[in-house]
Design a protein around this ligand. Structure first.
Ligand code: CS2
Length: 504
């Protein structure tokens, strides 16, 4: 820990420098209008910043009660800092510190479940927003529906209304409570990288309700059908890495204050939402959010061009021993592969919104990925690939395969992912790949041991439903993935990328 850090006074309400505050209103717990599930860095550098900037423009009861799932670290640090934290906007030109100051409370669901349910059901809660990651929606990759084999889902469907374990359980039990007591409408705003995130959340909520025992489901079902809950689709974008001591030190140097939980973020930020709210909402448009009737073109643009390409950069980079995304894109073979997958394989699968200047958007993506001051790690982007890639790969891959074209770079993405997560014996994918966290890691390792070379392993993975039901109907895709898997093992990621580049 640096001297600047150890000597500095703690950030709190009294010490927050006025010039860094996004707004100057006083919020009390009675001003809570938003309950947000997922207290991670992304929420704190995205929705919280938009809400703070909206409050600067227009007064309103838009304090956020932030709910962490299980981890107590951030919540406890925030409590010790009067719920204040810094967003450190990091670019090669320097660091700009801002303090959103929008939280009116923090809770940990596993520790304080009843309080969480009370807050979600409170009549003053008009917005229930979510950043629980692709993984947090407990749905089955094969069917896209609720994962009825998930132990948490099973427990929540059976039971304890006061202390659900899953996000879906929390939402549905709160909606039940609202429906059967005061009936105040609420908007559920998913801010995760799922295509059609609002529609998807609505479907899962309805499915959850349909599995409740008779006598528990009718009232909430009718209330939902009557339009008391809205689920707008949204597209969220901002690169927000995990916090390290570098940001703690940067904040200590810039503000002279000790913040245990600052959030690093790139300067770029974007939020596109459907304006379908069941109750009022903050003036997020005053903070730069875009409201539109149709979010899908923006979602596809982002989930495919940014997130899809990001995955390839992360896996190739990790296999080449690169710690960060900018270090990965600094290698010409990675940039070439990223350009190829973006332009030739993702782009034909979407319609660019009229308002977006495609060339400028893509140029900006490569600039964002080269922000070496930010240090977004390949292991972070590469984690949870089993749930992320199914949002990114199958749609575009099927489009090409049905037209008789092989999407070589999408196959390379899957092969690089499998090489990181389930390498064959004797192949070391490196420390960055080894550090990737993925709920499917064990299952993949098991499949790899059971099968022979790359093609039969890839076929087993696809047949297992990791990328949905349709991709396995094109066995040529699994063969290509398998060939790249073998090539990465035999000659490394550069040779595999060169092979992908040679194919028309
Ligand atoms: C990344 C995203 O981890 C990932 O999969 O692609 O977190 C990405 O940084 C954000 O979606 C950017 O908005």
């Amino acid at each position: 820990m640096t001297t600047a850090l150890t000597r500095a006074a703690r950030l709190n309400a009294a010490t927050s420098p006025s010039g860094t505050l996004l707004h100057h209103r006083t919020l009390t717990p009675a001003d809570t209008g938003i309950v947000h599930l997922g207290l991670g860095n992304f929420h704190r550098a995205h929705q919280a910043v938009y809400t703070g900037a909206a409050l600067a423009h227009e007064e309103g009861p838009w304090g956020i009660l932030g709910v962490a799932g299980r981890s107590t670290e951030v919540a406890d640090a925030l409590r010790a800092q009067d719920l204040r934290y810094t967003v450190a906007e990091v670019s090669p030109d320097g660091t700009r510190c801002i303090i959103p100051a929008v939280h009116t409370g923090v809770l940990v669901a596993a520790r304080e479940p009843e309080q969480v349910q009370r807050a979600l059901a409170a009549p003053g809660t008009r917005v229930l927003s979510l950043t629980v990651t692709e993984n947090g929606y407990t749905y089955s990759p094969r069917t896209g529906g609720l994962d009825l084999d998930h132990p948490g889902v099973r427990a929540d469907l059976r039971g304890n209304r006061a202390a659900p374990q899953t996000t879906l359980g929390r939402i549905v039990r709160a909606l039940q409570e609202r429906a059967t007591t005061h009936g105040a409408p609420v908007t559920v705003v998913s801010c995760d990288n799922l295509v059609g995130n609002g529609d998807h959340t609505r479907r899962l909520v309805e499915e959850f309700i349909s599995h409740l025992p008779a006598g528990e489901r009718e009232e909430v079902d009718a209330w939902l059908t009557a339009g008391n809950v809205a689920f707008p689709n949204t597209m969220v974008d901002r690169i927000v890495p995990a916090t390290t001591d570098a940001e703690r030190t940067a904040v200590a140097e810039a503000l002279g204050l000790r913040d245990e939980v600052p959030v690093p973020a790139e300067p770029f930020t974007m939020w596109v939402l459907e304006d379908r709210f069941a109750a009022s909402r903050p003036a997020w448009e005053a903070a730069g959010a875009l409201f539109t009737d149709d979010v899908q073109p923006y979602e596809l643009l982002k989930v495919r061009l940014l997130n899809g390409t990001h995955s390839l950069i992360a896996y190739l980079g990790a296999l080449a021993g690169r710690d960060t995304i900018p270090e990965s894109t600094a290698q010409p073979f990675v940039t070439d592969a990223a350009r190829a997958v973006l332009w030739d394989e993702y782009l034909p699968s979407l319609t660019v919104p009229d308002e977006v200047d495609l060339d400028a958007y893509v140029t900006q993506l490569f600039t964002r990925w080269s922000n070496s001051a930010l240090g977004h790690r390949t292991r972070q982007v590469g984690s949870d690939g089993s749930v992320k890639l199914r949002q990114r790969i199958p749609g575009p891959a099927l489009l090409h395969l049905r037209a008789g074209r092989m999407p070589h770079h999408l196959a390379l993405t899957v092969a690089a992912y499998l090489s990181c997560l389930a390498p064959a014996a004797g192949f070391d994918p490196g420390e960055h790949a080894a550090a990737m966290i993925d709920p499917a890691r064990e299952r993949l390792a098991h499949l790899r041991v059971r099968t022979g070379g790359g093609p039969s392993f890839a076929a087993a993975v696809l047949d297992d439903g990791l990328f949905g039901d349709e991709l396995p109907q094109h066995p040529e895709f699994a063969s290509r993935v398998g060939e790249f898997f073998d090539l990465i093992h035999a000659r490394g990621p550069l040779a595999a990328a060169a092979e992908a580049a040679c194919k028309p």
